[in-house]
Ligand binder design. Structure first.
Ligand code: HEM
Length: 458
């Protein structure tokens, strides 16, 4: 009955199956996705229909839209990934779970990712970062930042979350894993030689390796190993009321894959964009350097950073926040309607997708005055930023559980980079494309000079 009373939002659903997906993917690669979306909004207003990744979709934006998406989760809306993401990561990962299942698995993951627990792993993270800089930056004159940062953040995840130490096995994991990620946002046509097909094959290999890893951890636990070694041992040890494992093996494997996918590229992009900004903006660079040098000089030489040191990196984190506002690594996401929904006077039918995007509120001058100006001080007063307007980590029940993890690894990496090196950009065009995460021109090659070398010379 409601369907006959209300009208569908304006816009067209485009060509069957392909719809607007190619337009959006092309726009992302050409770095015109924000423009594409803004033009759409100008043409159709705050609610419009289109077709993305094989599904009828409604695009909504603005504060009210963000609030609607992030607070209706689980009742009116459920999470909706593209078919490719579901087939590659598996159907028991957090993105696919809803209601009580989502809560149960998410709580288990969050018990490891909360600050109280992460505090104990700062040293391990720092060790990975120091070794990485020693191996891949010291003694070099030129490095390419993005692939190196991906290597680093992947290694941090392997070490902290999976207890997978450096070596040949990790390298195989990385190889398949990169192939797997390659087709996540592609159109799910499973024919030989498509990106999607390669990605599915790699996903099967990653699942097999993860299974073996879990089997080993289980045996270690049986022999009395601590349950606090890493995320996997922690998940294997959580017991439900019936003393059975609270999280199933499939859930562990699919979430291991999700965390690798969600947690390494995103942070690598953030750190890379900070490196680029620090080379371009002398004022911000001086302020970050001052903050980090002060922390370094307040400690005996060689002593590791601790939780209190990280708490002092306030300006550096605001710089990261401003990067996340201006170039959010996650462009947006999808939800699925569980019932017919009336929104802003339009009908969004049951089973349709809802598409939300980060950039529309991040670049809204009413929320962030002079939105194109890079100004970390806008985050000095958190109360000045209305809820659901700053959403680089999403919001509500599905807000990114890796926020603190990303913050800690970013701050420690920046600490070591600015206190150990100076750098200049090799390409100063300041462009990037989305794949779907932002990729700066040529992956950001830079010329570096080690401060240790400078000190030795003088
Ligand atoms: C700068 C770094 C990061 C950014 C910008 C980011 C962004 C996001 C966003 C926007 C979402 C919500 C998507 C939605 O609502 O549809 C999300 C979810 C998620 N993120 Fe992150 N993330 C980052 C780092 C991490 C890290 C380091 C981890 C893990 C260690 C992680 C794990 C996850 C997981 C598991 C989810 C799914 C949560 C759920 O569905 O309940 N992320 N992230």
């Amino acid at each position: 009955r409601r369907r006959s009373l209300k009208k569908l939002p304006p816009g067209s659903l485009g060509i069957p199956i392909i719809g607007h997906s190619l337009n959006l993917l092309w726009a992302m690669r050409a770095n015109t996705a924000e423009k594409w979306i803004t033009e759409r909004a100008k043409r159709y207003g705050p609610v419009s229909k289109l077709s993305l990744f094989g599904k009828p979709t409604v695009f909504i934006y603005g504060l009210a839209a963000n609030k609607f998406v992030f607070t209706s989760d689980g009742t009116k809306l459920s999470n909706q990934q593209t078919e490719s993401v579901k087939m590659i990561l598996g159907d028991r990962c957090l993105l696919e779970l809803s209601g009580e299942d989502h809560k149960r698995v998410r709580n288990a993951l969050a018990s490891f990712l909360k600050p109280d627990c992460l505090k104990n792993y700062i040293g391990k993270m720092e060790e990975e970062i120091r070794i990485h800089l020693e191996m891949h930056w010291q003694g070099k004159m030129k490095v390419t930042v993005l692939p190196l940062m991906k290597k680093l953040t992947f290694n941090i995840i392997c070490s902290l979350l999976f207890g997978l130490e450096r070596g040949a096995r990790r390298d195989v994991f990385v190889k398949y894993f990169q192939q797997m990620l390659g087709g996540m946002w592609s159109i799910p046509i499973n024919l030989p030689f498509t990106r999607f097909n390669r990605s599915l094959k790699a996903s099967a290999k990653v699942q097999k390796l993860s299974k073996e890893l879990i089997c080993e951890k289980r045996n270690e636990l049986k022999k009395g190993a601590s349950s606090h070694q890493d995320l996997i041992t922690c998940l294997l040890s959580i017991r439900g009321d019936d003393t059975k494992g609270l999280v199933s093996e499939d859930e562990i494997i699919h979430n291991v894959m999700l965390i690798m996918a969600a947690g390494h590229d995103t942070s690598a992009v953030l750190i890379t964009l900070i490196v680029r900004l620090l080379a371009n903006d002398a004022t911000v660079y001086e302020a970050v350097l001052r903050e980090q040098e002060e922390i370094k000089n307040s400690k005996p030489s060689g002593e590791l950073l601790n939780w209190e040191d990280l708490a002092k990196m306030k300006y550096s984190w605001r710089v990261a926040m401003e990067i996340l506002r201006t170039i959010p690594p996650i462009f947006g996401g999808f939800r699925k309607t569980l019932e017919d929904i009336e929104y802003e006077g339009y009908l969004i039918p049951k089973g349709w997708q809802i598409f939300w995007v980060t950039s529309m509120t991040h670049m809204d001058g009413n929320i962030f005055p002079e939105p194109c100006t890079f100004d970390p001080t806008r985050f000095e007063d958190p109360a000045a930023i209305p809820p659901y307007s700053y959403i680089p980590f999403g919001g509500g029940a599905r807000i990114c559980p890796g926020y603190e993890f990303a913050k800690i690894e970013t701050l420690i990496t920046i600490h070591y980079l600015v206190t150990q090196f100076t750098w200049k950009l090799c390409c100063s065009d300041n462009c990037f494309r989305r794949d779907p995460l932002p990729v700066p021109t040529q992956n950001l090659p830079i010329q570096i000079v080690s401060k240790k070398k400078q000190e030795n010379r003088s």
